[in-house]
Design a binder for this molecule. Structure first.
Ligand code: HSE
Length: 312
């Protein structure tokens, strides 16, 4: 039985153009570190949070605390758990900050409980955190964090998560303009209904994207990275979105779109030399625009949350 565990919970890109609320993938080199320590004092304590401002230490008001409390309600133990969090990227970035905390909490607590819960059950617990943070119990970020790689939420009720393959040369270049978009606000601009002709295009692209991932067909992935529904409504929140997308694609990216609810813009590339070109092109597009930004590239994380240290 573990008494202590330190984990890395990755950032994630949700939606991936055509797959609103249903497709996501985990980022390899950006994320949060969290520790979980067994204590004689029962219940959940959040000892400290570094790397981000304004997050509550009250477990009933913090997504990680909410998830951890729900798990202890379902699986009672005679010890408590003390959590620390070091946020590696900011909330409101579109890179699944609340998802990393929620999924990280689900995973870390499960380790100290001796792993009674499956990955699917951990995803359901983590969705409780997303419900608070995003106004809806969305699973595309948290499932990517827990399962790693690309995931498809085939169904929400009952929850069904499909882990998809990751073609080995697939890479991410992403720019995070330093503004904050709240997922709740970004969901309010979405239509309740869509014309059938638009829905047909969207689900055909979802099929194309998934087929492209399975067959490592980069051209098909590229052709399928189109969002007919959500991107047109949300892109106005993001400074120079169209310019970045156009420059990334001109520089060889397979496609580009809004990461989650933004403002981060993701682009997917085949291979490291394209990554270099796309990185330079995006940097140039944002130069002298008076918007601070963080630009980074990454492999796709295929294993999800990683254990960095464990003590019995
Ligand atoms: N799929 C969710 C949305 C992700 O786009 O609203 C939130 O980051």
């Amino acid at each position: 039985m573990l008494d202590f565990v330190k984990i890395f919970a990755p950032a994630s890109v949700a939606n991936v153009s055509c797959g609103f609320d249903s497709i996501g993938f985990a980022v390899d080199n950006m994320g949060d570190e969290m520790t979980f320590l067994k204590t004689s004092k029962k219940g959940i304590t959040i000892k400290n949070i570094t790397g981000a401002q304004g997050l509550s230490l009250d477990p009933s008001k913090n997504v990680a605390g909410i998830v951890a409390l729900a798990m202890l309600r379902e699986y009672s133990v005679d010890f408590g758990i003390e959590i620390t969090m070091n946020k590696g990227f900011s909330p409101g970035s579109g890179l699944g900050s609340s998802a990393a905390s929620s999924a990280g909490a689900a995973f870390g607590v499960n380790q100290l409980l001796n792993k009674p819960f499956s990955n699917l059950e951990l995803t359901k617990f983590a969705m409780l955190g997303e419900k608070i943070a995003c106004g809806a119990p969305i699973a595309d970020n948290v499932a990517a964090v827990i399962f790693g790689g690309f995931i498809l939420i085939r169904s929400y009720e009952p929850l069904d998560v499909i882990k998809l393959p990751v073609p080995k040369d697939l890479r991410l270049v992403a720019i995070h303009p330093q503004i904050e978009i709240k997922t709740k606000d970004a969901r309010e601009v979405l239509p309740d209904q869509i014309p059938l002709s638009i829905a047909v295009k969207q689900w055909a692209n979802v099929g194309g994207l998934i087929s492209g991932l399975y067959t490592k067909d980069y051209k098909l992935i590229s052709n399928s990275l189109i969002d007919e529904i959500v991107e047109p409504k949300r892109k106005h929140f993001i400074p120079y979105f169209d310019l970045v997308k156009e420059e990334a694609i001109n520089a060889g990216a397979l496609g580009a779109g809004i990461s989650g609810s933004g403002p981060t813009i993701f682009s997917l590339c085949e291979g490291d030399s394209i990554v270099e070109n796309v990185y330079k092109a995006i940097k140039k597009a944002y130069k002298n625009k008076n918007v601070d930004f963080r630009l980074f590239s990454s492999k796709i994380n295929t294993e999800g949350i990683k254990i960095l240290e464990a003590k019995t």
